[in-house]
Each structure stands twice: as C-alpha cells, then as structure tokens.
Design a protein around this ligand. Structure first.
Ligand code: 3HC
Ligand code: NAI
Length: 649
C-alpha cells in the first residue's frame, strides 16, 4: 500500500510508502485524500500523525509526472484539504523533507523532526518555485528574509536550524514516531498557516538587500527571480490570492525551457552511475584509503575521503612535505567543521582516522591508493611501481592524472587490471564531479568499486576512456584554443570573459586560467610541443605571458593585472602583447560581438564533444552535459552544451 493507516489508541498514523523517496505521485495523493476522509469520519480518532516509511520523509512532487497531463487531486488542492482538516495533523519528519514534502509538512498543524533531518524548498534548482503553497505559508511561520533565502536559494536547513527559525515545533530525541504520537495526543487544533497573518519584513532595506543578492547570483536563471515575486505577492495579497498567483507562476515555470533543461540535468546526473552497475559484479567494500602526494589535489582528495568517513594514510616524499600535506588536510577539516559540514564528533573522528607517512609500508592494509604526485609520466610510473610492491595484491591503484595516458601506466605494472583513473577536480573535497577513467586492462570489479567509492564520497561519477584530457579537460582545452584564436582575431580576454559571464558561466575562460595558474597548461604545452601537429594554428600568447613570469593571480599578473586586494583589471601589457601577435601573424583584427564569441565557443565545445562520442571516450551526450555543468560551471539551466539547442544560443 502506498499510503496506509494504523491506529494507536486515538491517534491515527498515516504512513506513506512510495520508494525510493516518497514523492507525492498520483497514488500517494489519492491515498492521502482517502486517509483524510477516513480519519475525519472516524469519531475515535483524535489526531493524525503523518510519517513515511524508508529512508526519508516526502522528498517532493514526483518530477517524472511533470511532463504528463495533471491528475486529480492536485497537490495544492489536497494540501488545502489537509490544512482544513477538523483534527490536528502532526508531521513526523526524517531524512529529507523537500519541496512538496516540506509543503506537506507546512499544512500539518505540528511538525516534529528527527535530529538528522534536513528541510528545504529546492524547487529553484529545477527551474521552479514551490507550487503547493510554500511561498505563502513559509512567511507566515518564519521571517520573510529567511524565507526568501530558503525559497530562492534552495539550500537545506538542519533540524536544529529549523527549530531555531520556528519552522518545526520539536526535535525528537530518540523515537521519532513514538514522540510524534505523544505530541499528537496532547495536540489541539491550531489555526492553519493561511489563516494567520504573514510576518512583516524587518525593514524594506533588509528585504531589498536580500532580493538584490539573489538577483545578482541568478545570472540569467529565471526561477530565483520568480521566487522573489511570489514572496512579494505573499506579503501584499491575501492568502487565497497569493496561492493562486504562486500556482500560476509555478505552471508557467514548469513549462519553461529552463525547467526542462534542469530536469534533464537532474536525471542525467543520476544516470551516470549506471556505468558502474555491471551485471553480476559486486563492488569490493573499501575500509582503508591511501593517498600519495599531499599537494593541492592529494590533500583535497584525502580530505574528501576523511569527510566520507574513510581512514586515510597520506604519503609524501619527505617529512617536511608530509607535515605540509597534513596541515592542508587538517585546515580543510577545520573549515568543514566551521561550515557545519562536520559535527564536532565527526571532526574528531576524521582527525583520528588520518595518518601521514613517508614510507609505502604504511599502505600495506590499504584497499585503494590514489596517487596525486607531479604530472610527469616517469614520476607516476615510479610511484605506482613502488606502490604495487607495497600494497596487497588485490588493492586498487588509482591515478589522479589530468592528461597522461593511464594505459601506459597500467602496462608498466604487473597487475594492470587493478589500475584505474580517478580524476578529481579542484578543490577535491567540494567539486561534485569525478571522472572514472577505465583503462583497456581494468577489470569490472575495479570499475564497479570505483563507482561505489564515488557514491560514498557523494560525487557524480562519469565514466571516461583513456585519451588526452579525458572528457572535461579535453573539451576545455578545445574551447580555450578557440578563445585564444579569438584573441588574435580581434577580441580581448575581458571581452570573451564578459560574453561567457553574460551567457551564464560563473567566470570566463581567461579569469579561470589566471585563477588556476597559467604555468600548469604551459607545462602541458611544453610536454606536447615535440609531437604537436605543426599544421594546426598555434597561439603563442599564453606561452609569452608565462615566459614573462605572468602566471596569473598568484603572481599578480596574467591575462589580467591584479590589485593587492585581488581585484582584476584589464592589463595594458596583455593588450599590447595581443595586438603585437595579431600584427606578427598578419591578422586584420575585427570586432567580435558577444553573440559571435559564444557561437564560436559553443560550436567548439560541441564539435569536440562529437569527437569524444565518436572515439568512445565519453559514453553518451548526457554525460558530457553533466561534465560541463559540474566541472566548468556551464550554466545548469541550459541543460549543458548538448541539450542546449542552437536556437537558444
Ligand atoms: N521525483 C521523482 N523521482 C525522484 C525524485 C522526485 N522528486 N527525487 C529523487 N528521485 C529519484 C531519482 O531520480 C533516483 O532514481 P534512480 O534511482 O532511478 O536514479 C532515486 O529517486 C534516488 O535519488 P538519488 O539518487 O538522488 O538519491 P539520494 O539519496 O542521493 O538523494 C534526494 C535523495 C535528496 C531526495 C534527491 O533525490 C533529491 O534532491 N531529489 C529531488 C528533490 C526535489 O527537488 N524536490 C522538489 C521537487 S519539485 C516539487 O516538489 C514541486 C512542488 O513545490 C509542487
Ligand atoms: P602539487 O604540486 O600541488 O602536489 C604534488 C605533490 O606530490 C607535492 O606535494 C609533492 O611533494 C608530492 N610528490 C611528488 N613526488 C612524490 C613522490 N614520489 N612520493 C610522494 N609524494 C610526491 O600538484 P597538484 O596540483 O596537487 O597535482 C597533482 C596531480 O593531480 C597531477 O597529476 C595533476 O595533473 C593532477 N590534477 C591537478 C588538478 C589541479 O587543479 N591542480 C586537478 C586535477 C588533477
């Protein structure tokens, strides 16, 4: 039964059981309506507890129903009926109460939550606003400035924060259902939220500031702006009018291109994991992880593993480097504690789980070792060979190389079937994407284990085959090249960056390179110089900047000049260098419009993507969308470069 009813004395317990996430699909809505009738008519029932089976409270409307014709009862109608119920309803919340799930909790007259519960209205992340009363009921419970943060930001709040805000009445101590029943026993009917006045804004200034912040951050996405409109309606209209206005906005957004694109990405991100589900092959459980190299990436990877609860041993070349690596990792754990990502107990446990060493024998129990040493084939082969001698024969050896040929690394070892690429993005403990690079010799168990490892790290794992730069860096190198051609053809770095920002990227390609350090790609170009195809156009501007010691932000100069406070401004020196390079090559510079800049960048992304698909390096076009959105901030609300149709460019 999707919705069932049981009586505990005078308390009716209504249970939703609709795996995997108890979404309010049609069967759930019908079941709830039925339960509402039964509990209303049964004179023995004093009040009702609404709770969910499985891992979570209702995680929202059923997104798969969005494209289909509506079926009654609609969620808003059903929720209005529950809100008007003559007997008090108590929502018992565990797991995640999201979107339509939180809206369901809001029509219940009391809310009690498990201490680990999270509550959110994440509709904006799907290009929507709450469409079942969230924008109208929430500001009648919490201050509008906080409501707008939840609705337009979409971020979850913890149970403790929800209690502080007044969003819930109680946190359960041990037995959520038992305590919810106890709460229901003493409950009297409260006025529904829509009958209460909304909470006034603290001041027009605080509201305007909060709204302005959201508008700036939206960068072309429409739903956060619509969320502000819906809340402003709720603050000036009566509840029925505001509910109708909210629904009209919701329906308009639901049919919009942005919402379709965001739904596409939502499902594409979940579908990437299919590449790790191999028939008849189970992932090996991992209990000890080793990381070699404690620099930017190694420290980030170690932190990511510790945050996921793995014991980690970090190996460095000497004591000094090991201590520096340890400090980097501990600083990240401290930040995570400060940001509330880790509880005090989990932080302590992570610190206890972390060890450093300069000796590979410390990895004799490791199930997985990830190397993140210098990007040099010989250094990596030496490290992997030494590792192979030190670890158990069944341990997996992974490389975080950005560009190097992992087939060559595997071939240098005696157990190539246990070698795989795990390509993290910087900062590794934050970035969601992980490219899992399967070599020609890797076995299925290693691949399945790598995907299971990614899931535990809460990463989106995309399968790639070996090839210079795999998926992400190969596409990035291609559109960076196109951007460099445009420098010679007539655009300046800041023109290109501005066009990319207007399109919705969080930053342009030249700002991004200045941030990452120009020396990294310079080293790669030098490595490839001997084998470079001389018939292909080559732009020397990046090399010349590096020869002058302009490595980007870290040296105060790159494509841009940086003030002491870190503010970027167009560099006269870069401009002069670019003009000189155009002259040297005999190119007549022409003005390139923002539209033409983006057409060239998108065209290059798509043609490189087509080659990756043809070569079998990427599994499918959806995976490329997922990579571009999660690695380089390709605007999510376009659905990624492959989904994004040319008409919308
Ligand atoms: N509708 C339909 N299917 C959903 C769903 C939803 N709302 N949420 C998750 N699923 C499916 C996923 O597609 C996935 O299916 P698969 O196993 O076939 O790939 C499965 O449930 C499990 O999802 P995850 O892999 O994401 O599981 P996690 O445990 O990592 O995360 C979650 C669970 C936090 C609930 C996450 O799935 C999530 O964030 N879901 C979306 C929540 C959301 O956006 N809700 C708002 C919906 S819009 C709405 O409510 C409108 C309302 O205002 C009217
Ligand atoms: P880094 O220079 O910050 O760190 C490398 C670390 O490896 C140094 O601390 C060094 O002491 C250590 N090391 C070198 N040889 C060693 C050995 N034999 N034994 C133990 N430790 C050794 O470099 P970074 O940026 O962390 O890159 C590491 C790897 O990750 C490279 O392959 C790089 O291509 C890749 N990568 C880098 C990304 C980035 O954004 N920086 C992103 C994704 C991958």
């Amino acid at each position: 039964m999707t919705v069932s009813l049981q009586k505990h004395g005078q308390i009716a317990v209504v249970t939703i059981d609709n795996p995997p996430v108890n979404a309010t699909s049609h069967a759930v809505r019908l079941g709830l309506q039925n339960a509402l009738h039964q509990t209303t008519q049964d004179d023995d029932v004093q009040s009702v507890v609404l709770h969910c089976a499985g891992r979570t409270f209702v995680a929202g409307a059923d997104i798969t129903e969005f494209g289909a014709p509506p079926q009654d009862p609609s969620l808003p109608d059903l929720l209005a009926q529950i809100e008007a119920a003559p007997k008090p309803w108590v929502a018992a919340i565990h797991g995640t109460s999201l979107g339509g799930g939180l809206e369901t909790a809001l029509v219940c007259h009391y809310r009690i939550a498990d201490p680990a519960a999270k509550l959110a209205l994440p509709e904006v992340t799907l290009g929507l606003i709450p469409g079942a009363g969230g924008t109208v009921r929430l500001p009648r419970l919490i201050a509008p400035e906080q409501a707008v943060e939840m609705i337009a930001g979409g971020k979850p709040v913890t149970a403790a924060r929800a209690l502080e805000l007044g969003l819930i009445d109680q946190i359960a101590s041990a037995d959520l259902l038992g305590e919810a029943i106890a709460l229901a026993e003493g409950a009297t009917r409260r006025a529904p939220l829509t009958m209460r006045p909304f909470i006034a804004v603290t001041s027009q200034d605080t509201w305007d500031n909060a709204a302005q912040k959201i508008k700036t951050k939206a960068r072309g996405q429409t739903s956060p702006i619509a969320a502000i409109t819906a809340l402003e309606n709720a603050l000036k209209m009566d509840a029925p009018a505001a509910l109708a206005a909210e629904r009209a906005l919701f329906e308009e957004l639901r049919d919009s291109d942005q919402c379709k694109a965001l739904r596409h990405i939502f499902f594409a991100e979940r579908a990437t994991a299919q590449a790790g589900r191999i028939k008849g092959v189970a992932a090996t459980p991992l209990s000890q992880v080793g990381v070699v190299g404690g620099g930017t990436m190694g420290a980030g990877i170690a932190a990511a593993c510790l945050l996921a609860g793995y014991p980690v041993t970090l190996i460095e070349r000497n004591n000094e480097a090991a201590v520096a690596g340890r400090d980097r990792v501990l600083a990240t754990l401290d930040q995570s504690l400060k940001r509330g990502v880790l509880t005090t107990a989990a932080h302590l446990q992570a610190v206890e789980n972390f060890h450093i060493s300069t000796n590979y024998t410390a990895l004799s129990d490791a199930d997985l070792v990830i190397e993140a040493v210098f990007e040099d084939m010989q250094v990596k082969i030496d490290v992997l060979t030494a590792l192979e001698a030190a670890v158990r024969p069944d341990a997996i050896l992974a490389t975080n190389t950005s560009y190097l040929d992992i087939n060559v690394m595997a071939a240098a070892l005696t157990r190539p079937s246990r070698v795989i690429g795990l390509h993290f993005f910087s900062p590794a403990h934050i970035m969601k994407l992980l490219e899992i690079v399967v070599t020609d010799s890797v076995d299925d168990q290693t691949t399945a284990t790598a995907f299971a490892f990614a899931k535990r790290l809460k990463k989106i794992a995309v399968r790639a085959k070996v090839g210079e730069g795999f998926i992400a860096n190969r596409i990035m190198s291609a559109y960076r090249r196109e951007a460099e051609y445009m420098l010679e053809d007539g655009a300046m770095p800041w023109d290109i960056d501005t066009a990319m920002r207007k399109f919705g990227f969080p930053m342009g390609i030249f700002e991004m390179q200045d941030l990452a350090g120009l020396d990294i790609s310079w080293a790669m170009r030098k490595r490839l110089n001997a084998t470079r195809d001389r018939t292909q156009r080559y732009v020397d501007i990046g090399d010349k900047l590096c020869e002058g010691g302009h490595f980007g932000r870290k040296t105060g100069r790159g494509y841009y000049d940086y003030s002491d406070s870190g503010k970027a401004r167009p560099s006269a020196e870069t401009r002069a260098l670019i003009m000189a390079e155009s002259r040297r090559k005999g190119i007549t510079r022409v003005q390139i419009s923002d539209k033409a800049i983006m057409a060239r960048i998108l065209g290059r992304i798509r043609s490189e993507a087509a080659m990756l698909l043809h070569e079998g390096i990427a599994r499918c076009a959806d995976d490329i969308d997922v990579v571009m959105v999660n690695a380089f901030g390709f605007p999510r609300w376009t659905g990624g470069p492959m989904f994004h149709t040319s008409g919308q460019d």
